[in-house]
Design a protein around this ligand. Structure first.
Ligand code: ADP
Length: 213
């Protein structure tokens, strides 16, 4: 089962991917996470990535593709994978098609989560991540940067690119670059549009019905 999540920053792709991992054990390939891992190193590449990502701009197609193909070819993705954050433009979508074709694989379901802009901005600017686990905090719940994580031993922080100005830029980039992919997959007949709300469990239930496993 190969699944692809599409949607603007903050739409809930990451949350739904994590629910699917827990429910069905399908591994997730998140290019954002892979790039943040790379960014954490003190290498020249790490510094370059930090600069690009802090502005909400896209990282070079070739670099992202090489990270993704390594993962898809790995043994852990043999029986399926969830793609989150890739492809992000038409050129990446076409490269992915070629890569999967060569491996006699294909995407079974493209799930597009649609959420209004204002909700996306509120979610991104309000969210706090934990530096050691998957916990997602929220400023609206009274949590703050530097607070201890309520789940594990970590500390809460704000993603560099979750500042309002950068979030607005990421939304513009999404509309400009990623929106055309929606049509690409609509034409292939694999796309399902879902309306994202405030209840991740409800959305997860709908997704389970669609993928039918
Ligand atoms: P979000 O979807 O919430 O914007 P991600 O964690 O998926 O966050 O991505 C964070 C950043 O990583 C992006 O703003 C971009 O700079 C970079 N990035 C992630 N995936 C890709 C990709 N497929 N192509 C180019 N850049 C990417």
């Amino acid at each position: 089962m190969n699944i692809l999540f599409l949607g603007a920053p903050g739409c809930g792709k990451g949350t739904q991917s994590k629910i699917l991992i827990e429910k069905y054990g399908i591994p997730q390939i998140s290019t954002g996470d892979l790039l943040r891992e790379e960014m954490g190193s003190e290498s020249d590449l790490g510094k370059k990535l930090k600069n690009i990502m802090a502005k909400g701009e896209f990282v070079d197609d070739e670099l992202v593709l090489s990270l993704v193909s390594k993962k898809i070819e790995s043994i852990e993705c043999k029986s399926g994978f969830i793609l989150d954050g890739f492809p992000r433009n038409l050129s990446q979508a076409k490269s992915l098609d070629i890569l999967l074709n060569e491996m006699s694989k294909s995407i079974d379901h493209v799930l597009f989560i649609d959420v209004p802009d204002e909700v996306l901005i509120e979610r991104c600017t309000g969210r706090l991540l934990c530096d050691t686990c998957d916990y997602i905090g929220n400023k609206d719940r009274g949590e703050n940067v530097g607070d201890p994580c309520p789940v594990a031993k970590g500390t809460l922080y704000q993603r560099e690119d979750d500042k309002e100005e950068t979030v607005r830029n990421r939304l513009e980039v999404f509309k400009d670059q990623t929106q055309p992919i929606i049509e690409f997959y609509e034409e292939k007949g694999t796309l399902t549009k879902l309306i994202g709300g405030n209840d991740p469990k409800l959305l997860a239930g709908k997704i389970s019905k669609i993928i039918n496993i």
